[in-house]
Design a protein around this ligand. Structure first.
Ligand code: 4NP
Length: 147
């Protein structure tokens, strides 16, 4: 799961995909997240994301931000990005067709081929975080069932 800062959208997606995989008895699938930037490396998720997820009984406090790196194309089978900017920043790091084929928009699990964005909630209010939760939760439930 990849976003810009790895403190709002992608750590939530990591926690929610893991949550749905556990509910579906698929605990063996490894989930991780990263940001395309190095702005928040080593930090906990944003306190607003932690609070919003916590209100839905999802604990993100153990997560720490890291930056996406080209080795992730080999380490992971699938790479889900949150928006078109993330897509650009990830795909520019490889010219390997097998790597590029691993990259998709998370919300294509809900709206195939539409390349819809999970909106960045960082500069907005609490409604933005709840909206992101609802979108990412549904997408991760559908994705977990497919894996
Ligand atoms: P995220 O949100 O990409 O969902 O983690 C953001 C976090 C930090 C910044 C932007 C977006 N920032 O500009 O520091």
């Amino acid at each position: 799961m990849v976003c810009l800062g790895n403190i709002c959208r992608s750590p939530l997606a990591e926690g929610l995909l893991r949550h749905h995989l556990q509910l579906q008895g698929k605990n063996h699938i490894e989930v991780d997240s990263a940001g395309t930037s190095d702005y928040h490396v080593g930090e906990q998720p944003d306190e607003r994301t932690i609070k919003n997820a916590g209100a839905h009984a999802v604990d993100l406090t153990m997560l720490r931000a890291r930056q996406f790196k080209p080795a992730d194309f080999e380490a992971f089978d699938r790479i889900y990005i949150m928006d078109a900017s993330n897509y650009q920043h990830v795909t520019v790091q490889t010219d390997n067709a097998a790597h590029l084929a691993k990259v998709d928009f998370l919300l294509n699990n809900l709206w195939p081929n539409e390349n819809r964005a999970v909106p960045d909630p960082y500069f907005g209010g609490p409604d933005g975080f709840e909206n992101v939760f609802q979108l990412v939760n549904k997408a991760c439930e559908v994705l977990a069932a497919k894996l």
